[in-house]
Design a protein around this ligand. Structure first.
Ligand code: FES
Length: 181
């Protein structure tokens, strides 16, 4: 049976939700739950996944997705669907700085290949890999909506646009210095 046709089981409310996450994590998720009507708390699923992913060093696990499902009274499969559909969720460890390089059309036409080559040389990793020291990981992404600044990359919550190899070096130098390297 395909996942699409799998019956959606009614989730059994978790008996003690306070045991699922630390108080600070619960407070962050509850902040998002409060934005929606009580019967639509599942709308906080995307935010909850981001919160637990960040708290887990940048990637999700099945156990964490199950906890989110319990917390939001959702079937686990529904949470897996969200977690596996959107590119911002990771399912294996990433670097402390996750470099997301856009290779979509505007960025490609403006030299993202060249930027990728430079990143590969500087970091010694390719897309989908993490540096040995765990400091950087490299990810290929689709358009991030900053085509006017192509070529561009995102690191953490910051967009870096109009990239050149020199500018990439300045950005990475700054991050390394901030990390005490
Ligand atoms: S194509 Fe790269 S941000 Fe749009």
């Amino acid at each position: 049976m395909s996942l699409r046709n799998a019956p959606m089981q009614t989730p059994v409310p978790h008996p003690d939700k306070t045991s699922l996450f630390r108080p600070d994590i619960r407070a962050e998720i509850d902040h998002w739950i409060a934005k929606y009507p009580p019967e639509w708390q599942q709308s906080a699923c995307m935010a909850a996944l981001m919160i637990v992913q960040e708290d887990n060093g940048g990637h999700l696990t099945t156990e964490l997705m199950d906890k989110v499902a319990d917390y939001l009274d959702m079937p686990p499969i529904a949470v897996y669907e969200v977690g596996s559909f959107y590119a911002m969720y990771e399912h294996k460890p990433v670097g402390r700085h996750k470099i997301c390089l856009c290779t979509n059309i505007s960025c490609m036409l403006n030299g993202s290949d060249h930027i990728y080559q430079h990143l590969q040389q500087r970091l010694g990793i390719r897309f989908g890999e993490v540096t040995e020291d765990g400091q950087f990981s490299l990810k290929e992404v689709e358009c991030l909506g900053a085509c006017c600044g192509a070529p561009m990359m995102q690191i953490g919550k910051t967009y870096y646009e109009h990239l050149t190899p020199q500018r990439v070096d300045q950005i990475l130098d700054r991050l390394e210095a901030a990390d005490g390297k």
